[in-house]
Design a protein around this ligand. Structure first.
Ligand SMILES: [Zn+2]
Length: 88
């Protein structure tokens, strides 16, 4: 039996409640402890991504979309992450 454990990205709290859906129909969740509202990825996608790996892949492949495909995330997420990351 698989027990889904969702945790808050912000405070690691497990007090997560459903909070409607976003424009693309993904379930949104709200953390009862810190009040953060966000769409949580599925358990599989929710694994901790290694940002070093993402940025290395991006540099090798030179495309947001192919990097996104490899890590199973949207290319906008990759763009956002790489923007946040200081230049190496
Ligand atoms: Zn929280």
């Amino acid at each position: 039996m698989i027990i889904e454990v969702r945790t808050c990205h912000q405070c690691q709290s497990k007090h997560i409640v459903r909070n409607g859906k976003n424009v693309s129909g993904q379930q949104r969740y709200k953390c009862k402890d810190c009040g953060v509202t966000r769409v949580l990825d599925s358990v599989q996608k929710g694994r901790q991504l290694d940002m070093e790996q993402v940025s290395q892949t991006y540099q090798e492949r030179n495309s947001f979309r192919s990097t996104a495909r490899i890590f199973g995330v949207s290319h906008t997420s990759v763009q956002r992450w790489l923007k946040k990351k200081p230049e190496v």
